[in-house]
Design a protein around this ligand. Structure first.
Ligand code: AMP
Length: 173
């Protein structure tokens, strides 16, 4: 399936979840069996089987994309969650939102030192979320092998917060 056809499935929802935000709704892509599997396959082909030990999904839509990617790599799946959701010992990282801050957490034993980790999320916007995720993985000794998003909002320059990382986004706006 061509990327343009996948892009055509993404639904722009103006003023959600707050005025001024154009929300990129990926649910029509997830519901389309060819589009969903194409996205998964392209991520795995870009980074290559045998090169990734753990795939980290960022709550909540990142979980949906990261799980089939992990399965196809033959890698483990690891969740990064919002503050207070993970049951075991965690490391935490605070990051800036448009208004205020938020904290993401990762289990301290989720990644072994030296393991090659791919971060997966739905949208790369300002880059704060992905930068916090990369920091968490590095705090426990993991090596960030790459960051993959279905959508990158180029006009927000999220990449500038992520120097030196292999960032692979399938659709650009
Ligand atoms: P950021 O930290 O600014 O890069 O924001 C990335 C996170 O916010 C991702 O986990 C996305 O799910 C979510 N996000 C940011 N902007 C949008 C948008 N326009 N549409 C959908 N999700 C978004």
């Amino acid at each position: 399936m061509e990327l343009d056809a996948i892009k055509a499935l993404i639904r722009d929802v103006p003023d959600f979840p707050e005025p001024g935000i154009v929300f990129k709704d990926i649910t029509p892509v997830l519901a389309d069996p060819i589009a969903f599997s194409t996205i998964t396959d392209l991520i795995v082909v870009h980074f290559g089987r045998g090169n990734i030990d753990k795939v980290v999904g960022i709550e909540a839509r990142g979980f949906i994309l990261a799980s089939p990617v992990a399965y196809h790599f033959g890698a483990g799946f690891v969740p990064i969650r919002k503050l207070g959701k993970l049951p075991w010992k965690t490391v935490g990282e605070e990051y800036d939102l448009e208004y205020g801050t938020a904290t993401l957490e990762l289990h301290r034993d989720a990644v072994a030192p030296g393991e090659r980790v791919l971060i997966v999320d739905d949208v790369l916007a300002t880059g704060g979320t992905a930068a916090a995720a990369a920091s968490l993985i590095e705090q426990i000794g993991g090596k960030v092998a790459g960051i993959s998003c279905m959508i990158e909002l180029d006009f927000l320059h999220g990449r500038d917060k992520l120097p030196g990382y292999d960032i692979f986004s399938l659709l650009h706006y």
